[in-house]
Design a protein around this ligand. Structure first.
Ligand code: B3K
Ligand code: ZN
Length: 876
């Protein structure tokens, strides 16, 4: 166990910084054994706070070589160096503070600060990485202009990049050179970036709405130069979209994207110099699946959108993280919705929210989108801050409507340009522009937990009225036993007996169309609809207008009816999921022995339905994931749920075998790969049919899979065939294809990661001994987060039936890996351990074994702050 508990940082303790920094001049010398950072900071006292005589600069893992004040060496009595700070005594009102530090990027396995990834230098400074480069006021409310001069060996590192515009370059002695960059926009240090490497450059350009020409450049390792087209095309689409939808124009002369293989997360929005995990930016039809194409589209847009929502207007402190992340996720998901099918896009987001965020919100790490406290901020880059944060912004959008929302965002950007602000400033701009009062709505920012809406209804034939009552409650979360009611928009429709939407008229009001948005604010509200001639089927929470759980006693016939008729595509899908969930739960609990024929007929009708968007059909046919089923079940028995789900899958596949073959034939692969909604939907249906057929060991489907695998001109089809075979009982074919795949793609790390994940996530192939064997494989690399995620992360996060093996072996395995990883990369270790913290969801024996594994981690003498926070909260 750690000897001391890490300090808890609290929002209520926030104070303005006692000093400000206007200008930063950096000179970074890159060498093979380390880097020397010369920094000159123009520091002045913050006029709006009580003067302090000491200047405290943050620093971590730095070797201090020199301190100067206004160019004079500082005597040792004037400063103190401690573990995590440099203190300068008797600080004048303003001064140039000079600091020289020596750091070791080569040994930086945490991948925070300046580090090396496959031979290139790169940085990651959010949230608190800059303090690992030099001593600084490393907090987002200190915004400065940066000038960065990078010096390195010309041959090894011909490309030297930093934020802003290039202002100077020249050769130096001993085969070295320097490039100097200047960023005219004041920014917090977390947006600082630097890159040095031997990279190839792909050029493009973009003309902004006001006619300025922006150079777009993408820097990658030479072997990846053919994999840039999609990201560059997505970038240009995103730049145009932000001009059109938000009136936001890009502000520098150049926008750069760099791909690096070793990266703790997806990408980083550094000003003018976005750095991406290779797996989130590089793609070609042969190497990337449709899902990866979509992911790249949305992450490129997300990072670009941060230029306004995050960079020009940034966060005052890290408690405000959702200010930039929630808003930017909302922006990127609307962007993606505008590129393809809005409904399918919404389904994907909600699926993720209900599986991962609802689980977080009901677990020990539950926190509001503006948390009140943290030990390690890196642990708070969560699905709550991001995805629930985006849902909260979406609710403001629904409550205000698109025009007033746009007026609000215009006001927000205009009012706060160049400032570091709070979520409250964001809501206030929305209020001021719209005239709406969002006082009660603000509770979404400080109450954690997923609200539950219980719906009751009754129909009165005599008065032709339909009554709907909506009651809300929210379960307690750590530190918040009681919750006040939320303000939320609730869209609904009523389906008449013919399946058409009825005209909606609330008692005492004018008719309001065939779908309406109710304002929910009270613990219980009742709505009476008039002129309803027969009992309707309600279509509730259309488009998922609020991140809540819905309770309504749907009958299976009502769900069947919604599946066939609901005019809201999202709710059609939702009904299909509720029907399948109900059938699976009944089997798992032993209430039913056979799969309800109604589910079979609903799926059969879907397979034959030509009128619906095939992409929606594919989503409706996908059974709820095991993770989602667990999330819905108190005291979950994983094996029973898995078996029930498999029973449904195989019984559907057996009953619909001919239809599935027919669907497969009806969607042949076109000659060339196209990234279009239409082709992607066809691929989704084709690969789903294949997977279903292989789940019943259909020999004919195995032939189809082999030939699809061999002939595919794209990775979606190749991997789809491989995955279907890997998950089947055809053990020999599985091995043959896996070996072949590795042979063919071993030189491409991104594809090898897919190869790892397909095995690690497979209930069939991914048994614990096999996972251990994968970790011994030559391509596995402990230092590369993508490899760790694609084997250990995929096992614990996606291969739930093996991870939750009844003997607890999955848990102790995970604990062991977390312990091993924690000293070198605590951020990844802390992420990896979280599945164990969900123990309360499971039946008692399972919960006990999971806690034992957590205690094993907790017993380690030198646990990082990151892992300590997750594990200690996870045990409470
Ligand atoms: N802002 C970064 C995330 C940084 C995570 C630091 N641990 C990427 C993004 O959300 O755009
Ligand atoms: Zn972001």
């Amino acid at each position: 166990m750690r000897t001391s508990e890490p300090k808890t940082i609290r929002l209520k303790d926030y104070r303005e910084p006692p000093f400000l920094i206007d200008q930063v001049d950096l000179r970074v010398e890159l060498f093979e054994d380390g880097a020397r950072v010369h920094s000159r900071l123009d520091v002045r006292r913050n006029p709006s706070v009580q003067p302090e005589s000491e200047l405290h600069l943050d620093g971590e893992d730095l070797k201090l070589e020199e301190v100067t004040l206004n160019g004079e060496h500082l005597s040792a009595s004037r400063y103190v160096v401690e573990d995590s700070q440099l203190t300068i005594r008797d600080m004048p009102d303003s001064a140039v503070v000079g600091v020289v530090t020596w750091i070791k990027p080569q040994e930086n396995t945490r991948l925070e600060g300046l580090y090396k990834s496959s031979g290139m230098f790169c940085t990651q400074c959010e949230a608190e990485g800059f303090r690992r480069i030099t001593y600084y006021l490393d907090r987002p409310d200190v915004m400065a202009r940066f000038r960065t001069r990078i010096e390195a060996d010309l041959k090894r590192y011909p490309i030297l990049l930093a934020n802003g515009n290039e202002v100077d370059r020249s050769p130096l002695e001993e085969g070295r050179h320097q490039v100097t960059w200047e960023d005219p926009f004041p920014k917090p240090a977390y947006l600082f970036a630097l890159v040095g490497g031997d990279l190839v450059e792909r050029h493009d350009s973009f003309e902004t709405v006001s006619g300025r020409n922006v150079a777009l450049r993408m820097y990658v390792e030479p072997r990846n130069q053919e994999k840039c087209d999609h990201a560059l095309a997505a970038l240009k689409r995103a730049m145009r979209w932000d001009e059109e939808v938000y009136g936001r124009e890009y502000d520098l002369d150049v926008f750069m994207i760099v791909a690096v293989d070793d990266f703790n997360m997806g990408a980083m929005e550094n000003k003018g110099l976005n750095i991406f995990n290779s797996s989130c930016v590089l793609a070609s039809p042969e190497t990337a699946t449709d899902a990866i194409y979509d992911r790249i589209e949305s992450i490129v847009a997300h990072e670009y959108f941060h230029n306004w929502s995050g960079n020009r207007v940034t966060c005052r402190d890290w408690f405000q993280l959702s200010l930039k992340e929630g808003f930017t996720v909302f922006r990127d998901s609307e962007y993606s919705a505008d590129q393809g099918s809005r409904t399918v896009n919404r389904i994907d987001s909600v699926n993720m929210l209900r599986t991962a965020q609802f689980a977080e919100d009901s677990g020990p790490m539950a926190h509001p989108i503006r948390p009140a406290e943290y030990m390690e901020i890196t642990n708070f880059y969560t699905v709550t801050i991001y995805e629930k944060g985006a849902e909260v912004v979406r609710m403001i959008h629904s409550l205000l409507g698109p025009e007033l929302f746009r007026a609000g965002s215009d006001l927000y950007f205009e009012r706060h340009d160049g400032q570091a602000v709070t979520t409250d400033d964001f809501v206030r701009a929305m209020e001021d522009a719209s005239g709406r009062d969002l006082t009660q709505f603000r509770r979404w920012y400080d109450q954690a937990g997923t609200p539950e809406l219980a719906i009751e209804d009754s129909y009165d034939a005599a008065s032709q009225t339909y009554r709907l009552s909506i009651s809300q409650s929210c379960p307690p979360t750590p530190g918040q036993p009681e919750k006040a009611p939320f303000h939320l928009p609730f869209e609904l429709g009523l389906l008449g007996t013919d399946g058409q939407d009825l005209e909606l008229q609330l008692e005492g009001s004018e008719p309001s169309g065939r779908s309406m948005v109710l304002d929910i604010t009270e613990p219980r509200q009742e709505f009476v609809f008039t002129n309803i001639t027969a009992r309707p089927v309600p279509s509730l929470l259309r488009g998922f207008t609020a991140p809540v759980r819905l309770r309504y006693p749907w009958t299976r016939d009502q769900l069947m009816f919604l599946i066939s008729h609901d005019s809201d595509g999202f709710n059609r899908w939702d009904a299909s999921q509720r029907l399948a969930t109900d059938v699976i739960e009944a089997l798992a609990e032993g209430r039913e022995a056979e799969v309800d024929a109604r589910l079979v007929s609903a799926c059969s009708a879907l397979l034959k339905n030509d009128a619906l968007d095939p992409a929606l059909v594919a989503k409706m046919l996908s059974l709820p994931s095991l993770a989602y089923l667990i999330e819905l079940t108190p005291s979950a028995d994983v094996l029973k749920l898995h078996q029930a789900r498999e029973q449904v899958l195989t019984s559907l596949a057996r009953s619909l075998r001919d239809d599935l073959h027919e669907v497969y034939q009806r969607h042949p692969a076109p000659a060339a790969y196209r990234y279009t909604s239409e082709d992607m939907a066809a691929r989704a249906l084709r690969n789903m049919a294949l997977a279903w057929l292989l789940s019943i060991n259909d020999e004919q489907a195995l032939k189809l899979a082999r030939s699809q695998y061999g002939q595919a001109n794209n990775m979606t089809d190749r991997l789809g065939a491989l995955r279907a075979v890997v998950n089947s009982d055809f053990a020999e074919a599985r091995q043959t294809l896996l070996d072949d795949f590795y042979q063919q793609w071993q030189a491409d790390p991104q594809v090898v990661e897919l190869w790892f994940a397909v095995q690690a996530a497979s209930p069939q192939a991914g048994t614990l001994p096999h996972i251990k064997a994968l970790m011994e494989h030559a391509a596995f690399d402990w230092k590369n987060p993508n490899k760790v995620r694609s084997v250990i992360g995929a096992f614990a996060g996606q291969n739930l039936v093996n991870f939750h093996a009844p003997d607890g072996s999955g848990y102790s395995f995970l604990a062991e890996q977390v312990i091993r990883l924690d000293p070198s990369n605590p951020q990844i270790a802390a992420r990896l351990v979280s599945p164990l913290t969900r123990w309360k969801k499971f039946k008692p024996e399972t919960a006990d074994a999971m806690q034992r594994a957590l205690r094993e981690v907790m017993g380690q003498p030198k646990l990082s702050r990151d892992t300590y926070e997750i594990v200690s909260k996870g045990l409470s």
